[in-house]
Design a protein around this ligand. Sequence first.
Ligand code: 5AD
Ligand code: SF4
Length: 483
Amino acid sequence: MKWKDVDYKPYTSTERFSSEEEAVRQEDFIQKAQILVREYAEKKGHVPSACVVTFGCQMNARDSEKLCGILSRTGFMLTEDEEADLVVYNTCSVRDNANQRVYGRLGHLHAMKDKDPSKKIALCGCMVQEAAVIDKIKRSYSFVDLIFGTHNIYKFPELLVMMLSSDKMVVDVWDKTDAIVEDLPIERKFSFKSGVNIMFGCDKFCTYCIVPYVRGRERSREPKEIIREIEKLAADGVSEVMLLGQNVDSYGKGLPDKITFPGLLKEVEKINEIKRIRFMTSHPRDLSDELIELMAVSEKICRHLHLPVQSGSSRILKAMNRGYTREGYLDLVRRLKESVPDLALTTDIIVGFPGETFEDIDETISLVKEVEYDNAFTFIYSPRSGTPAAEMPRSMSDEEIKEGFDRLLRCVQETAKKRVARYDGGVYEALIEGVNDHDDSMVTGRLSNNLLVHFKADSSLTGKYVNVKLLENKGFYYIGEML
Ligand code: 5AD
Ligand code: SF4
């Protein structure tokens, strides 16, 4: 089947419209895409399906909800099956194994496309912001139909029309933007909770990290736009929001009205229907006393803080350009625990950074024991081309890094299990998120401290808050009983 030519006005990335004009333009493209999708349905005898696969972080998950919202509006039926008529990979490039997974899966999609040449394949997200990746796709994966980056995701309706009316690969990737376009359709994964972008990009330039290069400079959204979006979500049944940004503690920089992150949180707290407020990610360098004071008294801000430490060695932290020392981080944790005693802390740690030794890893292990995290995500350092650390000489062999990594992982698991045991027998309020993945007589609920608890209850309670007694500590989650 050939997609019919449709009248569209493509424009180059140097041509820009205001946020309002852009929203109107894209709405117009949604209607054009609807015509193409209807014609496709008639010819093929079925409504075309679309599958969006998300790699990576919460920001990508939120972007995927936007892609799904647009696909739904244009008439695609959403599915999780990659046999779909259109497959979109929303990629991540924070570590090389994420890139490799995408290449591997593209191979499978190629085989499917050989059987059904009308199948369409789109790639977006952080990975395609790298010029080398686009070259490789053009060279070795020329069956891909559409490539677009992180800065122009709001152009998806227009790009869909271009893709559906052309047999050539459509590539539209910008190296930067200052645009923030609001008001595109969104298809939420959960009816009762939602992520909300409060800022985009990152200015921190940690030496290992590719995010500032693929997500661009830090841009905060206007507070009134954020509040308007949350009010709309609240009216639509959402009671838990997760405020999203690479570095939420520097929210507000560059906005005409002076506002800090705690200032924004106070505004969100005023929205009645919102019962829980989460945020991700905090940076130890920017986390303010004002935020600690607010968390101490807030009824709505959840008792969980994800505070990436990356390393417990001041020498490595310096080489990483993290802007704090081991002592500074531990002091921050002490102040947090003093002010918010029931706070659950989680973190990210990298092992195998250039120049790291066994002694540095020992320092990280001792920090994990001292902080007693509720959970920690541990990663082996992955060189990202274009970042300063990729040029730094490595000091440990792969085997040594693996050995250090395994030691750290064991320590994380042991301390977390002990730490989480403090909730044993306690009664906590859980928001029921849905049927348990492995046992459909159980549901899964999330506590304010982000701990998951599985317990017997009717799935019709999804989205409701119930009290649960925590009975069996399974390390990172509990088995409980509804009261
Ligand atoms: N190699 C390994 N881990 C990385 N992270 C970011 N960049 C890299 C890299 N090059 C980790 C950090 C960050 C998390 C999202 O991913 O720990 O906090
Ligand atoms: Fe990457 Fe550092 Fe920015 Fe986090 S703060 S996104 S690790 S550069």
